[in-house]
Design a protein around this ligand. Structure first.
Ligand code: FAD
Length: 468
């Protein structure tokens, strides 16, 4: 059988893999990219983009109903769920076509269908149903992750579902139990709560968004409850039962007071973690070491313990974020092409697209206090930001955490457009800037970004629109 030779092969065309392929091609390498499903991966097809589309469409609906200045038959406006789904599909398809075009223009060979490693240099694939072997000097693994089951609760795609099915409901469920109060659970809960679904979120840990800034996460929990989501933390689920022609029942123990609980709903959404797609990577015996959760282990250059074999994105664990996968894709591509770059996670931002949004980078105040007792904090409320009030979005705060040398160690924003506002502070952290670099830069008035500047001023007791 003929072996097709390329410089670099990439398995998986999600935001990790396709970005790696593009960069490798830009560096002059011949590249083959294998994708078993749709280009764009989880992010574009079943993750970041479809959720944001549903969040946008349902937010427009909600704002229209809430707006105090509108008159006329607004009360009669209904949200056509089939059209909401159509809009989502259009955006996704457009983006997928865009990436396919870019791959083509960069001379990347896209091979549809699953690919499997034969050894550290060879890959088996079936383009157009025909078995073919590819040989590459370097291989980048980017096969992503999938939703994880719980030991006593397995997704069946109908009653117990994952985000994959929840993004494509044909009709809006009457009630939904969400297991897990991380980003996916809260975003999905927000979407369906806006559509009138009775949403209950159960989280085993003591607070939502585990690991995030304690105060801002607590505030977000309160705001989401005001929006109608029922959120219970410290809830250990021990049993899931489907009643004959009846609702699903989740039973367990509330860890706060050791009392039993029982919740019922039409559907249960599992949003309590993800598993690496590392198990179906091989045509024969697995040979790349994984950790206990199945994530592939890599060094700082993103190389596995097998020389010439790199791994990136959700497949290697850490924070499961699209921009992390893409950045790793860039680093791995450069290294596979002969470069020597290392991956740093110090300024890795994240966001949750609830209302208000929550975004965060670097250390929380608590984490910083473990490192040094001379932590400085600046907190500024959107209640004192003119632009936020004109947008009827005064809820939330900007928190900046700085070290004794005034360098920014972390930043956390709960508020309107938090995910976009955080970019300024991420860049500041990335470049090792001090709070004065942010506070002394001129910010446009009236903008939300003034809240960032004021939080930086507040670190030194110099905020203008707050009592210091
Ligand atoms: P993936 O995107 O999972 O891509 C892996 C690709 O590999 C897939 O296309 C798969 O089909 C392919 N593949 C797997 N095995 C093979 C094989 N053997 N042969 C060929 N191809 C194969 N992150 C954010 O940063 N922001 C968000 O707002 C956000 N929202 C999300 C919402 C939801 C509901 C979900 C589920 C995730 C969300 N994420 C978000 C996470 C984000 O989608 C992932 O972190 C990101 O997609 C990981 O990229 P990746 O390239 O590592 O893997």
């Amino acid at each position: 059988m003929e072996t097709i030779k390329r410089d670099i092969a990439v398995i998986g065309a999600g935001p990790g893999g396709y970005v790696a392929a593009l960069r490798a091609a830009q560096l002059g390498k011949s590249v083959v990219l294998f994708e078993r499903d749709r280009v764009g991966g989880t992010c574009m097809n079943w993750g970041c983009i479809p959720t944001k589309s549903l969040l946008h469409q349902t937010k427009v609906f909600q704002e229209l109903r809430k707006n105090k200045a509108l008159e006329g038959p607004v009360g009669q406006v209904v949200c056509n769920w089939a059209k909401v789904q159509d809009e989502k599909r259009k955006v996704v398809d457009r983006l997928v076509r865009g990436v396919e075009f870019l791959l083509l223009r960069n001379g990347i060979e896209l091979v549809p269908g699953p690919a499997a490693l034969l050894d550290e240099r060879h890959i088996l694939a079936y383009p157009a149903g025909e078995e073919k072997t590819y040989e590459a000097d370097r291989i980048i693994l980017a096969t992503g992750s999938r939703s994880a089951d719980l030991p006593f609760l397995k997704a069946d795609g109908r009653d117990v579902i994952t985000s994959f099915e929840a993004l494509a409901f044909e009709s809006v469920p009457q009630s939904l139990l969400v297991v897990g109060a991380g980003a996916i659970g809260l975003e999905m809960g927000t979407i369906y709560s806006r559509m009138g679904t009775e949403v209950t979120v159960l989280e085993i840990l003591p607070r939502i968004l585990p690991g995030s800034d304690r105060d801002l996460a607590a505030r977000l929990e309160l705001l989401l409850k005001r929006q109608g989501l029922k959120i219970f933390t410290g809830m250990k689920i021990e049993q899931g039962v489907k009643q004959e022609n009846g609702p699903l029942v989740l039973r367990g123990t509330c860890l706060k007071n050791q009392t039993p609980f029982e919740f019922k709903a039409e559907r249960v959404l599992l949003a309590a973690g993800r598993r690496a797609n590392s198990d179906k990577l091989y045509a024969g015996t697995p040979f790349v070491p994984v950790n206990r959760q199945g994530f592939i282990q890599v060094d700082a250059s993103l190389q596995t313990s097998v020389p010439g074999l790199y791994a990136i994105g959700d497949l290697i664990g850490g924070k499961l974020l699209a921009h992390k996968a893409s950045h790793e894709g860039l680093i791995a591509a450069v290294n596979a092409a002969g470069g020597k770059e290392t991956m740093s996670y110090d300024a890795l931002p994240m966001a949750v697209f609830t209302d208000p949004e929550f975004a965060s980078v670097g250390l929380t105040e608590e984490e910083a206090r473990v490192q040094t007792d001379k932590v400085q904090v600046g907190l500024f409320s959107f209640q004192a930001n003119g632009r936020a009030l004109t947008m009827e979005c005064g809820e939330g705060q900007v928190k900046i955490v700085a070290g004794p040398d005034d360098r920014i160690l972390g930043a956390h924003i709960l508020g309107p457009c938090a995910s976009d506002l955080l970019a300024e502070l991420t860049l500041a952290m990335f470049k090792g800037l001090k709070i004065q670099d942010v506070s002394s830069a001129i910010h446009i008035h009236p903008t939300l970004s003034e809240a960032v500047m004021e939080a930086a001023l507040k670190v030194k007791g110099l905020a203008l629109h707050a009592v210091n």
